[in-house]
Design a protein around this ligand. Structure first.
Ligand SMILES: Cc1ncc(COP(=O)(O)O)c(C=O)c1O
Length: 300
C-alpha cells in the first residue's frame, strides 16, 4: 500500500528527520533572500523601523513551497490526514508532533494551507499568532466567547459593522448572558464610566468603523482599558497595512478577510490575531491550541 502513496514523508514511515532538515534549510535560505531583498528596498530605514513595517514583515515571513517544489504553496483540500505508523499517531495526540513539523490530524484544528495563511496574517499585524476562521463573524464570535463567560459584560463602540452590533445586542445576551453597553469611543470619560469593575471583560472597537469611518484612538482606549483590567479587541478590517492595532495596545485583533485582504470579493474568511496569548484568558481548542472553528470558505 505504501508504494501507492506519493508523499515523500508518508513513504518514509511518517518521520524522516533528513527530510525535515532539507525543508528547514530551504525555508531558511528563502527567508534570508527575502530579508536581503527587503533590506535593499528599505535601506534608509533602521532595523527597528522596518521591523514594524507590515510590508517588510510579510516579505520576511516563512515561505512555504508547493508540494512538488512549486513557487506557491499547494492548496490542501483534505479534511483529514494519513498516518502510516500507529506510534506516529500516539506522538501526534500527545502533542510531540504537530503542525510546526508538518503533522496534521484534522483540518478544523489545523490545515497546512490555512495555517500558512495564518502565519502571513500574523506577519501583517505583527502578532505572535493568527488563526483563520470561516468568516469574519466567526472570528469575532470565537474571540468574544473565549474572552467572556455568562454574566460578563462588554463595552463596545456605538459605530460597528451591523453583524457585530447584532451579535452583541441580540445574540450574546440571549444565548450566553453576555451584556453590552454601547458608547461613543471618542468620549474617553463615557467609555470609562461604562466599564463595570470585575464584570467588563472586553472593550470592542473597529479601527475605522463600517460604514461611518469613525477612527478609534486605540492607544488611549487601550491604556484606559488595561488600567481597569479589560482586554481590548479591535476589528481592523478597514485598515490592514495602514494601522497595526496590536502595536498600538490592542490585545486581540480580528479581521474580515472577505474585504481588503482577499481583495477580489470572491472569498468569505476571517482571522483572529493574538498579540500575546495569555493562557488564563484564551482557552485552548482541542489538541490544537486554536479556536474550534477553522477553514476559509472559498466561493468561486
Ligand atoms: C468591519 C467588519 N467586520 C466584520 C465583518 C464580518 O465579516 P464576514 O462578512 O467575513 O463574516 C464585516 C463584513 O462586512 C465588516 O465590514
Amino acid at each position: 500500500m505504501a508504494d501507492t502513496l506519493t508523499n515523500k514523508k508518508r513513504r518514509s514511515a511518517d518521520v524522516d528527520d533528513n527530510d525535515d532538515d532539507d525543508r528547514t534549510a530551504l525555508v531558511l535560505k528563502k527567508a534570508a533572500a527575502a530579508a536581503a531583498a527587503a533590506k535593499a528596498v528599505h535601506h534608509d530605514h533602521d532595523e527597528r523601523e522596518w521591523d514594524v513595517d507590515p510590508a517588510a514583515s510579510l516579505a520576511n515571513a516563512r515561505h512555504e513551497f508547493g508540494e512538488h517544489g512549486g513557487v506557491n504553496m499547494s492548496i490542501e483540500a483534505s479534511a483529514t490526514f494519513t498516518v502510516m505508523e500507529a506510534e506516529t499517531m500516539r506522538r501526534m495526540f500527545s502533542g510531540e508532533l504537530g503542525p510546526e513539523r508538518d503533522f496534521f490530524i484534522y483540518s478544523r484544528h489545523f490545515n497546512p494551507t490555512v495555517l500558512n495563511l495564518g502565519r502571513q496574517m500574523a506577519a501583517l499585524e505583527g502578532t505572535e499568532a493568527a488563526y483563520c476562521t470561516a468568516s469574519g463573524m466567526s472570528a469575532i464570535s470565537s474571540v468574544l466567547m473565549q474572552l467572556c463567560s455568562s454574566g460578563d459584560h462588554v463595552v463596545a463602540s456605538r459605530t460597528l459593522y451591523g453583524g457585530t452590533h447584532a451579535l452583541l445586542s441580540h445574540f450574546l445576551p440571549r444565548a450566553s448572558n453576555i451584556a453590552t453597553t454601547f458608547v461613543d469611543v471618542g468620549d474617553l470619560e463615557e467609555v470609562g464610566r461604562a466599564m463595570v469593575e470585575g464584570r467588563t471583560k472586553v472593550l470592542y472597537v473597529e479601527t475605522m468603523s463600517n460604514p461611518t469611518l469613525h477612527v478609534a484612538d486605540i492607544p488611549a482606549l487601550s491604556r484606559m482599558a488595561h488600567q481597569k483590567g479589560v482586554q481590548v479587541v479591535v476589528d481592523n478590517t478597514f485598515a490592514p497595512m495602514v494601522l497595526s492595532p496590536a502595536r498600538l495596545g490592542a490585545d486581540v485583533v480580528v479581521h474580515s478577510v472577505s474585504k481588503f485582504i482577499s481583495g477580489g470579493a470572491d472569498i468569505i474568511a476571517g482571522t483572529c490575531y493574538m498579540w500575546a496569548i495569555k493562557p488564563d484568558k484564551l482557552d485552548d481548542g482541542p489538541a490544537s491550541g486554536a479556536p474550534d472553528d477553522f477553514g476559509a470558505h472559498h466561493e468561486c
